[in-house]
Design a protein around this ligand. Structure first.
Ligand code: BGC
Length: 765
């Protein structure tokens, strides 16, 4: 299994482009048909009906069907709704679609959106976990399965992928991201769009993707959700915008505006962002939806009353209003007062009708309701098996002293921790339709995978003791209940269980609800009650395997110093327990690699591998004071980007270049030999980084430009070649021109961003 990913990336962009070119002729004919249809339809629409298409309402449902509150049915009947979200199941969707088709004047079908983020009913690892697989085929497969299940369940639009670059582990939504790297993030964004949309909406199981949150949502100051971002254009273009652009280039049909302020204008009302950049520069042809009440929130941002901000959002390029009804209630008045034009309303309406047309909803409004497929496919054995494979691929072995892992299948283990016998948290945050009762706990997984293992269990600690955190995570009905036993009692039970075992497997971390939206943290240690438990267990002298589940990258200095084996499993989804058990007993050799830097402490944040140098870079060892350093902490992360161990070991030879210079348009081959020097078959992600040593502007110390995930039998050696092209050397300069500059470059290859060998080449004039 060899994947030449840098080539894949170029190929993906190239094939998307050439596909566009090939399809141009065909598209013209289809477009003409669509335009004629929409022109005719729009000629019959009243102003109210046009504005109605721009309105997206949240409609939940219960056993009796959709909750038709706040005049939902009335609005649908009057044509005052373009789409709904949060309603799914064939029955509930059919009920609403029937209202639109049988009761509204022009019978315009509704869009049905939902947050299908990492699976619909079969839940895959949280997106940060998906990214640590560095396996684009598996990631695309997860999106494909999600789309198949969602499309059978009535949905035709997912609010995914989230491609925000996330370099701040305090930010809870880092869990929904692919981490800190623009190159990897772009590849993953493209894979997800392909997985959801396929290559044609004529497929019944292709659903509309929504690239979010445009833009820079992950750069919220201080990692506090919804906070301001202020960023130079050059940083945006080089470091934050590439994944959005890649996903748009891959054909994503919709884009969601982000909540945050960008250099003084919040995204939802930012004409430069939504029109000049997205449409005029990038050529985006789909529609833009606001985030949840994003338009109304422009009032709190300080831009005016609801009428003013609604007009501003529409004029900026927001086509659809999620939940807030600012469009519905004020656009008519704004038109009369000439604050917006009829043409702008028409344009937004047309974009939404086009999406419906492309999805095939005018031809068959019930296309996405498939009771039969819903019954047979949702949570099928096949989907669950794929979910297990994908969860296994997401796990990152952070430490494994003396080969403590894998465990013997007949070992006597103490299984300890609030996440050890827990189903509820396995599916992670943003698993909206996911049913936690379907999930496999670690305890169950071990029993399934190693029936002869002697397991004694103790909870050891509450998942969350902190009353403040509990109150917030229980706010939406999560009802995490603290154990009646005191923390001391829980710990002493766990200690005696550990004393009687050969090894303790301790499953700790965060509650799933401590990740995702509105879950920013200022401390990233294990919660104190869990840390107390771990310390007490370490004091027994029994070997400890720490299995982590968490949304935020954590600060693990104590754990790294005191615990011999650490496995990061994120929240692995429906099959988490089986996958973790397979890894623990060595049925699967872990190969995941971090996509976010794990800092030593919160004070180092933001900390990311692809940073700039300074005028006084610190070498990490000297005792000089006037260097860019801390007096109380190392600059280095605990675990760097790209890091992850295996049960086997790999030796990667120093990188060799086939020539030391090239001209524009030429290529250089960088090669390494990778040898499996350990006792297990395994996979290694060989990584290629490049540094532009001198530039017209300062450039990062290194940037990921390629990787290959390869499988090696024990003892086997493979030759890995990366092709370095001029394209890979391009960046946006001070004039925002995307160009490669002649000069010297460093090439780094290795098993992570820190442990690399290097070579030098020049790009000639
Ligand atoms: C989130 C979006 C999500 C939307 C709809 C918002 O609060 O920011 O990511 O898609 O809600 O549920």
């Amino acid at each position: 299994m060899k994947k030449s990913t840098s080539l894949f990336f170029l190929a993906a962009i190239f094939s998307a482009n050439s596909l566009c070119a090939q399809q141009k002729k065909a598209v013209t004919a289809t477009d003409q048909k669509m335009n004629t249809f929409i022109n005719q339809l729009m000629s019959k629409m009243t102003l109210e009906e046009k504005i109605g298409q721009l309105n997206l309402a949240a409609v939940g449902f219960d056993v009796t069907g959709p909750i038709l509150s706040q005049g939902v049915n009335e609005k649908i009947e009057k044509g005052l709704m373009g789409g709904v979200f949060n309603t799914f199941t064939p029955q509930a969707v059919r009920k609403l679609q029937e209202l639109a088709i049988t009761k509204s004047r022009l019978k315009i079908p509704l869009l049905f959106g939902y947050d299908v983020i990492h699976g619909h009913k079969t839940i895959f690892p949280i997106p940060l976990g998906l990214s640590t697989s560095w396996d684009l085929d598996l990631i695309e497969k997860s999106a494909r399965i999600a789309a198949r299940e969602a499309s059978a369940d009535g949905l035709n639009w997912t609010f995914s992928p989230m491609v925000d670059i996330a370099r701040d582990p305090r930010w809870g939504r880092i869990a929904e991201s692919s981490g800190e790297d623009p190159y990897l993030g772009s590849l993953i964004g493209v894979a997800m769009v392909k997985g959801y949309q396929t290559n044609s909406f004529s497929n019944k199981d292709a659903i509309l993707a929504c690239v979010k949150h445009f833009a820079l949502y992950g750069a919220a100051e201080a990692g506090r959700d919804y906070n301001t971002t202020d960023m130079s254009l050059i940083k945006m273009y080089n470091e934050y915008l590439p994944p959005y652009k890649a996903a748009v280039d891959a054909g994503a049909g919709s884009v969601m505006a982000s909540f945050n302020d960008i250099n003084g204008t919040p995204a939802t009302g930012n004409h430069w962002l939504l029109t000049d950049l997205l449409r005029n520069q990038w050529g985006f042809k789909g529609f833009v939806v606001s985030d949840y009440t994003g338009i109304n929130e422009l009032e709190a941002h300080g831009l005016g009353d609801l009428q003013t901000v609604s007009a501003k959002a529409l004029n900026a390029g927001t086509d659809m209003d999620m939940v807030g009804e600012g469009f519905l209630t004020t656009l008519k008045k704004s038109l009369q007062e000439k604050k917006i034009s009829q043409a702008t309303i028409d344009q937004a309406c047309r974009r939404i009708l086009e999406a419906k047309y492309k999805l095939g909803l005018f031809a068959d409004p019930y296309k996405y309701i498939d009771e039969e497929r819903a019954k047979t496919e949702i949570l099928s054995q096949k989907n669950r098996a794929d979910a297990k494979t994908i969860a296994e691929a997401s796990m990152v072995l952070l430490k494994n002293n003396n080969q403590l892992l894998p465990l013997k299948k007949n070992a006597k283990i103490a299984l300890i921790g609030p996440l050890a016998n827990n189903k509820r948290d396995m599916i992670g945050n943003w698993s909206a339709a996911g049913e936690w009762s379907q999930a496999i706990s670690v305890m169950q997984g071990l029993k399934n995978v190693a029936p002869d293992m002697d397991i004694t269990y103790a909870k050891g600690a509450n998942l969350v003791d902190d009353p403040g955190i509990l109150k917030l995570i229980n706010a939406n009905g999560a009802d995490i209940v603290a154990d009646e036993k005191s923390p001391e009692k829980l710990i002493s039970e766990a200690v005696s269980v550990a004393k009687n075992a050969d090894v303790a497997v301790v499953v700790l971390g965060e509650s799933a609800l401590m990740g995702g939206e509105a879950t920013s943290r200022t401390e990233l240690d294990l919660l104190p009650n869990q840390k107390d438990l771990l310390k007490a267990l370490a004091a027994t002298g029994k070997p400890i395997i720490l299995v982590l589940m968490n949304s935020h990258p954590l600060t693990l200095v104590w754990e790294d110093a005191n615990v011999p084996a650490i496995l990061e499993t994120w929240f692995g989804g429906t099959e988490a327990g089986n996958a973790i058990a397979d890894v623990l007993v060595g049925n699967y050799n872990p190969a995941g690699k971090l996509t976010t830097t794990f800092p030593r402490n919160v004070g180092q944040i933001p900390l990311y591998y692809n940073h700039k140098s300074t005028g006084r870079p610190y070498d990490g060892v000297s005792n000089e004071k006037y260097k860019s350093r801390y007096i109380d902490s190392s600059n280095d992360p605990l675990y760097p980007f790209g890091y992850g161990l295996s049960y086997t070991s790999f030796a990667i030879s120093p990188v060799q270049l086939n020539k030391v210079s090239m001209k524009a348009g030429q290529t250089i081959q960088a090669t390494v030999d990778v040898q499996n020097t350990g006792d297990f078959d395994g996979q290694e992600v060989v990584q290629l980084y490049i540094q532009d040593i001198y530039g017209s502007v300062t450039r990062p110390v290194k940037e990921l430009k390629g990787f290959q995930k390869i499988f090696l039998k024990k003892g086997e050696t493979k030759h890995v070649t990366f092709t370095i092209s001029t394209e890979m050397l391009k960046f946006y300069n001070a004039d925002l021109k995307f160009a490669a500059e002649p000069g010297d470059f460093n090439v780094f290859t290795g098993s992570n961003s820190r442990d690399v060998s290097s070579a030098k080449f020049s790009l000639l004039n």
